[in-house]
Design a protein around this ligand. Structure first.
Ligand code: SF4
Ligand code: SF4
Length: 549
């Protein structure tokens, strides 16, 4: 099916260090004393907690409901009791925390009832919902929900299964392919069906001959339409765009995806998880993790999600001179700030580092603009420009130079003669840009709230004025019906004032109606008394008028 391979730009050849851990078969890790299961297990989405402290749960029980378009479910990794729901540190350079469900296992490892999904009996949408419910996300580290990545299933010609595993030291995919090749390819065939791809290409770096042989043997039983292809060992051949380029010749430009060119790519671990989810109804509750570096028993261990690194490391036995731990590989991994962080769906490796294995980098020297970093960059960026702009906090310029196309592969830093930790600068710049974006969104929301409050107050004022005007019109109409004199124009707008003015007018009329008669012959004393009474009445009327609101 494949007649020739293609090269990608850039790349480096670090020492692979695969032999340290790839020898022994995958071992099953024991059930730990407690599990800390983060509710954030997929990119940009934290699941809504479905359990409470004190609640008993079974293995595979739904404990977090995925929310939003990128949401996916989270499950209990074994049976036990929920003892706490609280923020715990994540494997992140900043040491940031995320809400997690803490489970005390009962040691019985009892599963929920689970059954396979018959793909022929359900619609494509139901199958995708099933994968979402089983919490399947990309296991190569990106954590992108698989049901979203399968997408519309339109126009995809080629499904690429990524078994390159190009990072030094990591061997979990290698062992998975050697030992569970049929299961991985079963998942690949399910993905092919859901995507509607015509062909499946499995790319494996040629430094894994046993994995290539096992996968080729399994593929030969599946007939045409699937090829297992050894690709040259060159870091980062396992990058999605790089592997697609090598296998299909398709060059995916900056800002575009493989799907734009009819190619979709999934990691071998993801294909294996899809197989377990469809063929057994098993949610994703465990994964294979490489423990290697400065340890007594390097190897690959199948461990429950939520196992804390401190407990995990006991399986491999870190040596006394270990001075730090890296989650992931040395090129793209993160130095752990805390050993309480748990294994998540994207955790593929924990490396114990010692000064002998990973000597401290020599002091950083000034950039000499030699261009070595640009020649090594597989994303075709200008790393030294990104470095200058990031260092000068000129984030706008860094974005102009496509900072967000940087895949943080570390090739530039690997070749830099000045030993500049370039990727640290890019991560800093990206973090600052994201933080500013969050601040901008928060201030936009505050401004919108303020403007809405002003608008609401204005609207209420106008509604009140309209009600008063309607009431005044009603009053005027009533007065006109009874034949009483209309109030003065200023009073007409206020129904209360209009009523008072009408009452005063009525009093005046009554007064005129009862005007005394035959008073011409009154004595001077009586006339004076009447004048005094009139004056007092006038005064009282005036006081009433003044009191009116
Ligand atoms: S490799 Fe290092 S010294 Fe050379 S241009 Fe890039 S950043 Fe500068
Ligand atoms: S880390 Fe970024 S800039 Fe450096 S080589 Fe990789 S993609 Fe290029």
């Amino acid at each position: 099916m494949i007649t020739r391979l293609f090269g990608f730009k850039g790349g480096v050849k670090p020492e692979s260090h695969k032999n340290e851990s790839s020898g022994p078969p995958i071992q099953k890790g024991p059930i730990p004393k407690r599990l800390v299961i983060p509710l954030r297990q997929s990119i940009r989405s934290t699941a809504r907690c479905l359990v409470q402290p004190g609640q008993k749960v079974l293995k595979g029980e739904h404990i977090g409901e995925g929310e939003g378009g990128l949401g996916t479910s989270v499950h209990a990794s074994t049976s036990g009791t929920v003892v706490e729901i609280a923020p715990y540190p994540m494997a992140h350079a900043s040491g940031m925390e995320t809400l997690s469900v803490v489970i005390e296992p009962d040691g019985e490892d009892r599963w929920i009832d689970h059954t396979p999904l018959d793909l022929r009996a359900v619609s494509r949408e139901e199958a995708l919902a099933w994968l979402r419910g089983c919490g399947i996300v990309g296991m190569g580290g990106a954590g992108f929900p698989t049901h979203v990545k399968i997408g519309g299933g339109q126009g995809i010609e080629t499904l690429v299964i990524n078994g390159a595993e190009c990072e030094p030291w990591i061997t979990c995919d290698d062992r998975l392919m050697r030992e569970r090749a049929a299961e991985v390819l079963s998942g690949a065939m399910i993905l092919r069906e859901l995507i509607g791809a015509k062909q499946v290409l499995v790319g494996i770096e040629d430094n894994k001959p046993e994995a290539i042989a096992a996968m080729q043997a399994a593929a030969s039983k599946l007939g045409d339409g699937i090829a297992v292809v050894p690709v040259p060992t060159l870091y980062p051949a396992g990058g999605e765009k790089q592997l697609i380029r090598v296998l299909t010749s398709v060059e995916i430009p900056q800002g575009k995806l493989g799907t734009d060119f009819g190619v979709q790519c999934f990691n071998v671990g993801t294909a294996h998880a899809v197989h377990r989810a469809i063929c057994f109804g098993e949610p994703l509750v465990s994964r294979v993790v490489t423990l290697t570096g400065n340890v007594a028993r390097p190897g690959n261990y199948e461990v429950l999600l939520g196992t804390q690194v401190a407990e995990l490391l006991q399986l491999a036995g870190p040596k006394a001179d270990t001075d730090r731990y890296i989650m992931g590989g040395p090129m793209m991994g993160t130095e752990l700030q805390s050993l309480s962080v748990p294994v998540t769906k994207g955790t593929n490796c924990v490396i114990s580092a010692s000064p002998a294995l990973f000597p401290p980098p020599p002091p950083e020297l000034p950039c000499i603009r030699c261009g070595a970093c640009a020649r090594a960059c597989p994303a075709e960026l200008q790393p030294f420009e990104l470095y200058w702009f990031s260092r000068a906090k000129n984030f706008g310029k860094a974005q102009e130079y496509h900072l967000f196309d940087c895949i943080e592969c570390g090739c530039c830093a690997f070749v830099c003669p000045s030993r500049i930790p370039l990727v640290d600068y890019y991560r800093f710049a990206k973090g600052e840009i994201w933080a500013r974006e969050r601040e901008r969104q928060a201030s936009d929301q505050a401004r919108e709230r303020f403007e809405f409050r002003n608008y609401r107050q204005e609207r209420e004022k106008e509604e009140k004025a309209a009600k008063l005007a309607a009431k005044a019109a009603e009053t005027r109409a009533k007065l006109a019906d009874t034949g009483e004199p209309a109030p003065a124009p200023a009073e007409a707008e206020d129904p209360k004032k209009a009523l008072i003015a009408a009452a005063l007018a009525r009093a005046k009329q009554q007064q005129a109606a009862v005007a005394p008669r035959n008073t011409e012959d009154l004595s001077a004393d009586v006339q004076a008394e009447i004048a005094d009474i009139d004056a007092r009445r006038e005064k009282l009327n005036q006081q009433d008028a003044d009191k009116a609101p």
